[in-house]
Design a protein around this ligand. Structure first.
Ligand SMILES: [Zn+2]
Ligand SMILES: [Zn+2]
Length: 255
C-alpha cells in the first residue's frame, strides 16, 4: 500500500500546500482518494489520471471536499479521457445533497452525480470493500458528522488509519489499533494555546492515541499555515516512542 500526501494544510490551503487530501494506491488498481480539499486535484494531476480513482470523505467541511465539483467536470467533460463508468464514493449520509449543491449551476438545486459515482453512506463500524482495500469508518468528534477511516489492504493486511478531523476520542484508538501508519490531525500544535472544545487535537493527543493504539508510525497532519508543526512534533514525541513525522505535500509512504 502506498500513501501519497496530496495536501496536508489544516483548515485552509497553504502557500505551497493544498488543504487535506491523500491518495492511497495498491499496485495498479484504481486509487482511493481520501478527502479532496482545495488544490488537491492539481496535485493529483501530476501523479495520475484523476478519473482512475474512487473517492472517500472523512467529512464535508470545505477544506476536505471543495475540489469534488472540479473532479466531476473532469470526469464528465474531459475531451479525450472522460470517465467511462462509475467509480465508488463513500462519505457522510449528506454527501450527495451537500456536494450536489456545491456542483449545481443553480443555487438551491442539487447536481445528481450518480452518473459518475456510486455513492454509499458510511455507518460507524461497518466495513466497506473499496477495490483492493477494506475501509471501516469510526465516528469521531467534530461539529458535523465525521469519521476516522481504517484502511486494510486485502492481500498484505497492512493498515493505514486516518483520523479525519476530530477532538480526542477513544474511537480513534480503535480505528488506529496496530496500524502500520496512523495519519492523525494535530491542529493545535503543542496544545498550549487556548482553543475551542470538541474541535481538533494537539500533537500530544495524537501521540497519546498512537501509543494507546500500538501504532507503528505516526504522521501528523492538518496543521494550518498559522500553526506550529515543531510544537506538534515535540508534543507527540513526549507521548509516543515510535517514529513521528509531519506530513508534507508530495511525500510518499510505502508499507
Ligand atoms: Zn479540516
Ligand atoms: Zn473539519
Amino acid at each position: 500500500m502506498k500513501l501519497r500526501i496530496l495536501g496536508s494544510s489544516g483548515s485552509v490551503s497553504g502557500p505551497d500546500n493544498p488543504a487535506s487530501g491523500y491518495l492511497v494506491t495498491v499496485d495498479n488498481a484504481p486509487a482511493v482518494i481520501m478527502d479532496l480539499g482545495p488544490g488537491t486535484l492539481g496535485e493529483l494531476q501530476q501523479i495520475q489520471d484523476p478519473v482512475d480513482a474512487h473517492v472517500v470523505f472523512s467529512h464535508l467541511h470545505a477544506d476536505h471536499c471543495l475540489d469534488f465539483p472540479s473532479l466531476l467536470v473532469w470526469r464528465r467533460f474531459h475531451p479525450h479521457h472522460p470517465a467511462d463508468g462509475r467509480s465508488l464514493c463513500f462519505g457522510p449520509a449528506d454527501t450527495p445533497n451537500h456536494l450536489g449543491r456545491l456542483s449545481s449551476d443553480t443555487p438551491g438545486e442539487v447536481d445528481d452525480f450518480s452518473d459518475s459515482f456510486a455513492f454509499a453512506a458510511w455507518e460507524h463500524g461497518r466495513t466497506e470493500i473499496v477495490d483492493r482495500v477494506n475501509i471501516t469508518p469510526y465516528s469521531v468528534v467534530h461539529p458535523i458528522e465525521a469519521f476516522g477511516l481504517r484502511i486494510v489492504e486485502h492481500t498484505s493486511n497492512k493498515v493505514l488509519a486516518y483520523s479525519g478531523d476530530s477532538a480526542y476520542t477513544e474511537n480513534l484508538v480503535e480505528c488506529a489499533r496496530d496500524a502500520d501508519v496512523f495519519l492523525c490531525e494535530a491542529t493545535w500544535g503543542d496544545g498550549t494555546t487556548p482553543r475551542p472544545p470538541q474541535m481538533h487535537m494537539s500533537g500530544g493527543e495524537a501521540g497519546r492515541i498512537a501509543r494507546l493504539a500500538g501504532a507503528k508510525k505516526l504522521l501528523l497532519t492538518h496543521i494550518p499555515p498559522w500553526g506550529d508543526p515543531e510544537g506538534a512534533l515535540r508534543a507527540a514525541r513526549e507521548e509516543f516512542d515510535g517514529p513521528v513525522k509531519v506530513a508534507e505535500c508530495g511525500q510518499v509512504y510505502e508499507f
